[in-house]
Write a protein that binds this ligand. Structure first.
Ligand code: ARG
Length: 398
């Protein structure tokens, strides 16, 4: 008896996930492996990937286009939550994992599989995200993670694959480990493991080096409807198109590069490079629009909620009751977050230079230092007396 009979394997076309196919069958006695590749806008050609899975021994090779749901159901809520892990990483990889888990679980139901599988190693966050998301959606499914157990080096993995007709990577494979999708690229390993060394220019694809960016600033107006970005420069855009457009415009100005030492859930500090132009611009714009349209107490209280929300997403708890409860809070706060934010993009910087909203709480009559000031200055005196009373009493006694 093998570990499972029929398995749905998350498939990327890379060496590790390809080797998982014969490995599951030969070593773990799985009878049938069905692969599933998710189209998240990574730009890879999916037809060759689909065929490669079949050549590697999959009985069926599924490709599912989930780009629209990825943006609408995962990226947009993260923008509404202003989600930046450790104040910097916009979660491009972390947001994709619960969606991939969801379609794995759906495929398992459809094809009558008793397990899902993925090619994650035991050192990263992604294994946690896949496993916990899967468990949350279907606690009866088994989860197989061959690469967490097989203990093969890269060379051994390639050699193992060759025995079963999996072609050796033609190009001398990149020294980096790269995950990419519509929200950006996450790059680690190789020379980047030395945190003192500046990341070589060759690793970037979506963002220009500052030396190559335009010498003129570019203005962009981002329209939001209830916290969701819906237009660029007055033109309505559907979800995918909007993200692609902002990636292009902001990337051209070198915006969205992040070089950080990050704390993984499994306790390891790792050096990570991200490029995520659209998410950086959209989160900054969104946060500014909230400042215009939300009351002071909600604006400030929400910052704490955002921290917790971001931790949950990073740590694989997308489908958790706390996350669902925070979603309800965040959705409620977004009802009036509609309007337009103007940004000036220049040399790696996205500066917010203007904002407007029908729901603005900014009151010129109160804010002005000019002649038409409506603020009751006398009232301030009494307010300060009461506000400062505890401090006055304390000072008198000490
Ligand atoms: N550290 C990031 C995260 O946990 C990105 C990991 C991406 N994987 C990669 N092979 N670069 O979300």
């Amino acid at each position: 008896m093998g570990r499972a009979k029929k398995v749905i394997l998350a498939y990327s076309g890379g060496v590790d996930t390809s080797v998982c196919i014969p490995y599951l069958k030969q070593e773990w006695g799985v009878e049938e492996v069905i692969t599933l590749a998710a189209d998240l806008g990574q730009g890879d050609e999916l037809e060759p990937i689909r065929e490669k899975a079949l050549k590697s021994g999959a009985s069926e090779s599924l490709v599912v286009d989930v780009r629209d749901s990825f943006i609408k159901d995962y990226a947009f809520p993260a923008i509404q939550a202003n989600a930046l892990y450790e104040n910097r990483y916009p979660l491009g990889t972390a947001l994709a994992r619960p969606l991939i888990a969801k379609i794995l679980v759906e495929a398992a139901a459809k094809y009558g599989a008793d397990a899902i599988a993925h090619g994650c190693t035991g050192k990263g966050n992604d294994q946690v995200r896949f496993d916990v998301s899967t468990t949350a959606l279907n606690p009866n499914l088994k989860i197989l993670a061959p690469a967490r157990e097989w203990g093969m080096s890269r060379e051994e993995t390639i050699a193992y694959g060759e025995k079963f007709g999996i072609p050796t990577p033609v190009k001398k494979s990149s020294p980096y480990s790269i995950d990419k999708n519509l929200l950006g690229r996450s790059i680690e390993a190789g020379i980047l493991e030395d945190p003192t060394v500046e990341a070589p220019e060759e690793i970037y694809e979506m963002t220009k080096a500052i030396i190559d960016t335009p010498n003129e600033p570019e203005y962009i107006d981002i329209g939001f409807t209830q916290g969701i970005p819906t237009s660029i420069n007055g033109e309505s855009k559907d979800a995918i198109e909007l993200i692609e457009t902002v990636n292009k415009i902001a990337g051209n100005h070198g915006i969205g590069r992040i070089d950080m030492i990050e704390n993984r859930l499994v306790g390891i500090k790792s050096r990570e490079i991200y490029e995520s132009p659209a998410m950086i611009v959209l989160i900054n714009a969104h946060r500014d629009l909230e400042s215009l349209t939300l009351t002071a107490d909600i604006t400030q209280y929400k910052r704490g909620v955002e921290q917790t929300y971001t931790q949950l997403v990073y740590n694989g708890l997308w489908y958790s009751p706390l996350k669902a409860a925070l979603d309800a809070f965040i959705q409620k706060t977004q009802e009036r977050v509609s309007g337009t934010v103007r940004m000036k993009l220049f040399k790696g910087n996205a500066a917010i230079v203007g904002r407007k909203s029908e729901n603005t709480l900014y009151t010129p009559d109160l804010a002005t230092y000019g002649a038409d000031d409506q603020f009751d200055h006398k009232a301030a005196e009494g307010f300060i007396y009461v506000w400062g009373l505890p401090t006055r009493i304390w000072a008198q006694k000490n």
